[in-house]
Design a protein. Structure first.
Length: 334
């Protein structure tokens, strides 16, 4: 199943972006900018959120405003550039700048508590995680539809941020330790593979092909959405396929992603998710580089479908996220 070009049927995704301080929130709102730390979590968030997606800021258990992403860039020597001060962690002694940035166009203005029913999808994630342990949370289309009617229409423009002369860079990933050079070149981690697979399956043609190969052709790809990490009592589902507009049912497909060979413990993890999900869930999906015979045999007995992934991009070299995405193929086991 080679990757197909992204089509016009794609729907934009919606994310809540965590902000560390009130000062940083005010700077984000003033300049219509979102910035992510120079470490691996910031790079992951930058890969997840694409131009055309929507975001709100998350601070103090409240959601602030709705924006459309109109630009993305990575800035060299971000520690010397405004608007945000360096982020310092006392526990680790590490300091982070904000090189990964999104330019935002205000859409709606609001300041709403997460206890509102409309934010239940994200609020549940926060409760089960015990707080803000991520730089971003993806919400579903139902949440986006709800916030699109909150508050008031944004009027006016944001204040342009004056930057001194600077250069940009293209973020890359590699498996070769000798090439690591943060923030320009970072480790290829499981979260980056998850994001690449999510990007692949956002395309309805790719998703329908996968469903057909998994004997799930009765499920229409255009009726589903794919979401990033979802918290459950059993753990965090890497990816979740769910109905975009549930009508009389609540079908969901959990997807666990592993960069290496799928193990028996990974099967147990997916089985745990299946127990937490509604009875309408037909199966779970485990995606890995390969599977041994024991796992293949056990999968059929536990409602788990196995899918091999392959990346043609050479990760012994530094590769862009786009190169990783376009080189991805999925091969369901029959």
């Amino acid at each position: 199943m080679p990757a197909q070009a992204e089509g016009s049927l794609e729907s934009p995704s919606y994310f809540l972006v965590s902000v560390s301080t009130r000062e940083n929130l005010e700077l984000c709102v003033k300049h219509g900018l979102a910035g992510f730390p120079s470490g691996e979590s910031g790079a992951w968030t930058f890969c997840e959120i694409q131009e055309g997606d929507f975001v709100s800021f998350l601070y103090g258990a409240r959601a602030h405003n709705l924006y459309k992403v109109i630009g993305r860039e990575s800035l060299q020597k971000a520690e010397t550039l405004p608007p945000w001060p360096l982020l310092r962690f006392k526990e680790t002694g590490k300091t982070y700048s904000f090189p990964f940035r999104l330019r935002l166009r205000p859409v709606r203005v609001f300041d709403e508590p997460l206890v509102r029913a409309e934010f239940s999808y994200v609020a549940e994630n926060l409760l089960l995680r015990g707080g803000y342990s991520k730089t971003h949370f993806q919400a579903d289309q139902t949440t986006l539809q709800s916030v699109s009617g909150m508050g008031e229409v944004a009027e006016g423009t944001t204040a342009a941020l004056a930057l001194p002369e600077h250069d940009t860079f293209v973020l890359r990933f590699t498996k070769k330790k000798e090439l690591f050079d943060a923030p320009q070149i970072l480790r290829f981690k499981e979260t980056i593979l998850q994001s690449a697979i999510r990007r692949y399956l956002i395309n309805p043609a790719n998703l329908q092909t996968l469903l057909n190969h998994l004997s799930l052709s009765n499920i229409r790809a255009t009726e589903l959405e794919i979401l990033g990490e979802k918290a459950f009592p059993e753990g965090h589902i890497d990816l979740l396929l769910k109905q975009r507009v549930p009508l009389g049912s609540s079908m969901r497909l959990p997807i666990e992603v592993k960069t290496k060979t799928g193990q028996a413990k990974d099967m147990s993890q997916v089985s745990g998710y299946l127990k937490e999900l509604p009875q309408e869930t037909p199966c779970g999906i485990l995606i890995a580089a390969d599977f041994n015979k024991t796992v293949i045999k056990a999968a059929a007995e536990n409602r788990i479908r196995l899918v091999r992934y392959k990346l043609n991009a050479d990760l012994s070299k530094a590769q862009t996220f786009e190169e990783i995405c376009t080189s991805l193929t999925l091969q369901p086991l029959t």
